[in-house]
Design a protein around this ligand. Sequence first.
Ligand SMILES: [Zn+2]
Length: 281
Amino acid sequence: MRKLIPGADDAPALGLVQVAPRIRVLALRTPTLPPAAHTNVYLVGPSQGPVAVVDPGSPYPDQQAILDTILAELPISRVLLTHHHGDHVGGAAALAAHRGVPIAAHPATARRLDDIIEVTELIEDGDEIDGTIAVHTPGHAEGHLCFEIDDASIAGDMVAGVGTILIDPSEGDMALYLASLERMRARTPTTLLPAHGPPIRDGHAKLTEYLAHRRMREQRVLDALVAAGAGATTDVLLSVVYADTPRMLWPLAERSLLAHLAKLVHEDHARYDAAGGRWSR
Ligand SMILES: [Zn+2]
């Protein structure tokens, strides 16, 4: 039975759902970041195929079996990856081997997956592939791609229909992420098809909201640095900048805070005293 507590899980539709002309989606259970519990697999192409399979991310045999059954009657052109994270690539190698098709991704994604998954086709910004246009959108991940078809964009982890997008400073880049959001908005997609959660039908408004939210947070970091005067530790900044965020989310919020601080340091708007462990203007 479905849980009825809002936000308890992402409760996706079961089975294959048409979300745009030539795009269908199937949500499969994956080890992903709560509250999301599924990753969307998008099938791109005509109803009788051939289809490209975007982000077959589930490592679980029962979920892979569901996808295999749905794909059994359909010719497949290839597996397309938006980026290298485990909840996007977990079923890619098994599907590609089973069906004898290539795996295609951005070169930076291929490097990240080296020794894990063999990416056999490289996709660069602007390439046309399977009737889509690949758009390089680094920030959440260095090799992140969106795949545009008409006025829809398969958006991977650039936006989320459920939960939020984590920019982790160990491999993400806040400045690049904001620039990629700007670029996506300038391309005016009507529909954003995220990897987690339902389609976002007013893509322009959602991208504007994301940009405003991140800029609000950056301003709060700057304000907290000014208020701190001689300097503040990461923990103190976290408690001020994310005062509106439930404490259970602070470990993730800290990653975002550090991504914001890295951007500000790079832009010469903040400094870090490693000896004292303090951030200041
Ligand atoms: Zn990701």
